[in-house]
Structures are given as structure tokens and as C-alpha cells.
Design a protein around this ligand. Structure first.
Ligand code: FAD
Ligand code: NAP
Length: 394
């Protein structure tokens, strides 16, 4: 695998050794996924997410760290971040957008998106490439970096990138989205990457002709199960209740698919398999009512039990609720710190859709513009002010 990564790195014109290995493996996941989605003909790509047009700051240790000053820093490159970039650029804020470890966000982990207005059907990664291109075209500076530290104690705010670059910003839009949740079993941890996955589009291809299981009952679980039937001989969907929370249209497709067998009222107890080479051979599931344990032989386990907000940067500085979602003022993206706005899945425990995230990205940019017009570059001010400085967007 590392050899493959270095091949891609070289193809993209990125010096070997520029990223930490772990970061590189994760960083390049989206294009690898993209290639895997078109294994029968490499339809689109070599359109790498990190293209020659994406600015990659020098890695710490390579040169002296840079400091970048901006009126508006957008952290995150999902629908919320890119939409904020479009609106902020058109407001002449010359925003900098830092993409993070998953350029394009969660939609790069799926295939068909059927509810993005204007497209009856669009591939998730393609939609995100278009959003990136749109943000770039109107003037957003897009940077391939990961924010590892964010100081919101005074304006201007300071963010530090994994590259060592410091981003100094008068206002910040947080659009770091959400990440897949795991069950927390020791055996799940042991086989992660060796038969246990949270991304069918990334890893489904490796299970041709095999029996696999999907855990969960939401839209993601149902979509993953449907997608996996392209490869697997059988998919067992294991859900802890007998009612799915996925959309009706998806449930109908699931029920009609002869390769999918739902298993109701069951929870994953343990993943087991071989140690050398490490690989899954089956799972044990427990009936939620009777406690009976059943053994299911399988080669792949896809965990699709929802997503949690990616709040690591701000969980100790901003108000959060409902399991870590950033609190915003009603009908607004203002957080508990003036000048800091939050948009998308990071703040949304209810809808968590691409279109609602994009909508919030728009709101955040308009509110940031109004904020900057009101306070200007009032640097060094204590930011521990109450919510509600009266931004009224109209
Ligand atoms: P995300 O898309 O989660 O993006 C977050 C961004 O923040 C990423 O770019 C990440 O790299 C960046 N980031 C995180 N931490 C940092 C950091 N420290 N520094 C810099 N950047 C950082 N919704 C629909 O409407 N229709 C669908 O069909 C649909 N299908 C889905 C299928 C799957 C498998 C999944 C998982 C979700 C699906 N969703 C769908 C939900 C949709 O993807 C999300 O609601 C949407 O992507 C949220 O957008 P976002 O911009 O808030 O964040
Ligand atoms: P979700 O809607 O929160 O569903 C999570 C599922 O996992 C639920 O069925 C839940 O069971 C189950 N679950 C949670 N914790 C569990 C545990 N510890 N053990 C066993 N099962 C567990 O999450 P999601 O499906 O990832 O969707 C997240 C958001 O993205 C949603 O808003 C969704 O609409 C959106 N999305 C949209 C699309 C689309 O529009 N096509 C596609 C994918 C995702 P219970 O039902 O019993 O709680």
C-alpha cells in the first residue's frame, strides 16, 4: 500500500516525504476511491483531489513556516465549506479555505446522490469536484492542509496547520462536518482496515463474490448495503430494531434486492478471524430480546451506525450540545464567540443533508461579511462576548 501511495504522490507531483505517512494514506483516500468506483475503465481519472492547482504549503521542517493573513478562514471542504467559499468570494472577502483530511467531505464516500437539486442523479465525488471548481473560479484560495490547533481567545483568530503554516483570520467559518461512528468493540478495532470498514465505496471492491454484513438502519446503512450488492454474493443487513430509519424509497429498493437479507433485532457482539494474515472470517451477533448468540460467516463487516460531529478543534472553546454539535444562535450560524460561525453537519443534529449544509455555508458567509463590515479588523479584542451582536442579513 505505501508503494501505491508513493506512486500516486509522484503522479501528483508531490515530493515523497512531504506528508506524514498516516496523513498521506488518508489524504489520498478520495482519489483511490474514485479509481475504485470506475474499476472497469478508469472513467474519469487522473483527476486527483490534490491537483497541481491546489496550494500545498511547505511541510514543517521543509522550510520556515509561513504565516497567512486573511479576512475569512473557512475550515472544511464539504458542501458547507465550498458554498461559504462561493458566497464569501463574491462578497470580495478573499477567503482562504483549508480542505482537511477529506477533501470534498462525506459525499466523496458515496456514489449516487439523488436529492441534490438540479441533478436527478450525480456521483458524490463528481459533485464535490464541481463545488471545489466553483469556489476556486470565483476566487476562494483552496489550501491542502489540516488545521491542528485553533486559538479563538482573541481576534484575529489563529489556526495552525499540520504543515506548520499559521492562518491569521478576522473571522472563521467552521465547516468540519461529521465522521463515521464506530461501535467501540475491541474486535472491531483489531480488524479495522482488514475486513472491517465504514466506507463501502472505498472498500466494497475488495469483496467480490464474498458474503458481507452491514450494521445499521439509517440511510447510510441501506445505501451501503445496496451498493455492496454490486460486488458481494450476499449482504446481510443487521439492525437492532425491526424498523429502518432510512428514506422510504431506499427501503423499497432494499426489500426488492434478492442479494440482501435483513436480520432484525440483532447487535454485533464480536468480529472474529485469522491473525496471520489478519482477516475477518465471521461475526457473532446477539438477539436484542432473547440474548441468543448467532454465528454469521462473512469476509467483510461494514459499520454504518451514523456520524458524530468533527468538533475536536473547538469542543473546549465553543458551546456544544446533543452529543457535541456546535450551538448556534436560532436562525443563524453565529456561535458563542463573535466572528466564529459554524455551518453544516458540525452544527446540525437534525437534517444532516448536503443541501442543508450548503444552505448553512451560504448563511455563514453572509453573516461573516456583515460581521466584518461591523467590526472591521478590530484586532486584539477580547472575544468572550455574549451572542447577538445584531447581525441581520438582508
Ligand atoms: P462534510 O461533508 O462532513 O465535510 C467536512 C470537511 O471538513 C471535510 O472536507 C474535512 O476534510 C474537513 N475537516 C474536518 N476537520 C478538519 C480540520 N481539522 N482541518 C481542516 N479541515 C477539516 N446527503 C445528501 O443530501 N444526499 C445524499 O445522498 C447523501 N449521501 C450520503 C452518503 C454517505 C455515505 C454519507 C456518509 C453521507 C451522505 N449524505 C448525503 C450526508 C452529507 O454527505 C452531509 O450532510 C454533508 O456532506 C455535510 O457537509 P459538511 O460540509 O457539513 O461536512
Ligand atoms: P443515522 O440516520 O443516525 O442512522 C444510524 C443508524 O445506526 C440507526 O438505524 C441506528 O439505529 C443505528 N445505530 C446507531 N448506533 C448504533 C449502535 N451502537 N449499535 C447498533 N446500531 C446503531 O445515520 P446515517 O444513516 O449515517 O445518516 C446520517 C445523516 O446523513 C442522516 O441525516 C441521513 O439522512 C444523511 N444521509 C442521507 C442520505 C441520502 O439522502 N440518500 C444518505 C446517507 C446519509 P436506530 O434506528 O435504532 O437508532
Amino acid at each position: 500500500m505505501p508503494k501505491f501511495i508513493s506512486l500516486i504522490r509522484n503522479a501528483a507531483g508531490i515530493d515523497a516525504g512531504r506528508f506524514e505517512t498516516v496523513a498521506a494514506v488518508r489524504w489520498f483516500t478520495p482519489p483511490v476511491r474514485h479509481v475504485l468506483r470506475y474499476p472497469w475503465g478508469f472513467k474519469t481519472d487522473n483527476r486527483l483531489y490534490i491537483s497541481s492547482e491546489t496550494h500545498i504549503p511547505p511541510h514543517k521542517g521543509d522550510t520556515m513556516a509561513e504565516t497567512r493573513k486573511t479576512k475569512l478562514l473557512i475550515i472544511g471542504s464539504g458542501p458547507a465549506g465550498y458554498t461559504a467559499g462561493v458566497y464569501a468570494s463574491r462578497a470580495m472577502l478573499e477567503p482562504i479555505l483549508v480542505q482537511g483530511i477529506e477533501p470534498g467531505g462525506q459525499l466523496t464516500t458515496t456514489t449516487e446522490v439523488e436529492n441534490w437539486p438540479g441533478d436527478t442523479e450525480v456521483q458524490g465525488p463528481d459533485l464535490m469536484i464541481r463545488m471545489e471548481a466553483h469556489a476556486k473560479a470565483v476566487g476562494t484560495e483552496i489550501i491542502g492542509d489540516i488545521i491542528t490547533d485553533l486559538d479563538l481567545s482573541k481576534r484575529p483568530f489563529t489556526a495552525t496547520g499540520d504543515s506548520g503554516t499559521k492562518y491569521v483570520a478576522d473571522a472563521v467559518i467552521l465547516a468540519t462536518g461529521a465522521r463515521a461512528k464506530w461501535l467501540g468493540l475491541d474486535s472491531e478495532e483489531k480488524f479495522k482496515g482488514f475486513g472491517v470498514s465504514a466506507c463501502a465505496t472505498c472498500d466494497g471492491f475488495f469483496y467480490r463474490g464474498q458474503e458481507i454484513v452491514v450494521i445499521g438502519g439509517g440511510n447510510t446503512a441501506v445505501e451501503e448495503a445496496l451498493f455492496l450488492t454490486n460486488f458481494a454474493s450476499k449482504v446481510t443487513l443487521i439492525h437492532r430494531r425491526d424498523e429502518l430509519r432510512a428514506e422510504k424509497i431506499l427501503i423499497n429498493r432494499l426489500m426488492k434486492n434478492p442479494k440482501i437479507e435483513p436480520l432484525w433485532f440483532h447487535e454485533l457482539e464480536e468480529v472474529y478471524g485469522a491473525d496471520s494474515p489478519l482477516g475477518v472470517e465471521g461475526i457473532k451477533v446477539k438477539h436484542t430480546k432473547t440474548g441468543e448468540i448467532t454465528d454469521i460467516p462473512c469476509k467483510g463487516v461494514f459499520v454504518a451506525i451514523g456520524h458524530a460531529p468533527a468538533n475536536e478543534l473547538i469542543k473546549d472553546t465553543l458551546e456544544t450540545h446533543m452529543g457535541g454539535y456546535v450551538v448556534t444562535k436560532p436562525d443563524s450560524t453565529e456561535t458563542s464567540i463573535p466572528g466564529v460561525f459554524a455551518a453544516g453537519d458540525l452544527t446540525d443534529h437534525k437534517y444532516r443533508q448536503a443541501v442543508t449544509s450548503a444552505g448553512m455555508g451560504c448563511m455563514a458567509a453572509l453573516e461573516a461579511e456583515r460581521f466584518l463590515a461591523e467590526v472591521g479588523d478590530d484586532h486584539g479584542k477580547d472575544t468572550s462576548l455574549p451572542l447577538g451582536y445584531g447581525a441581520e442579513v438582508g
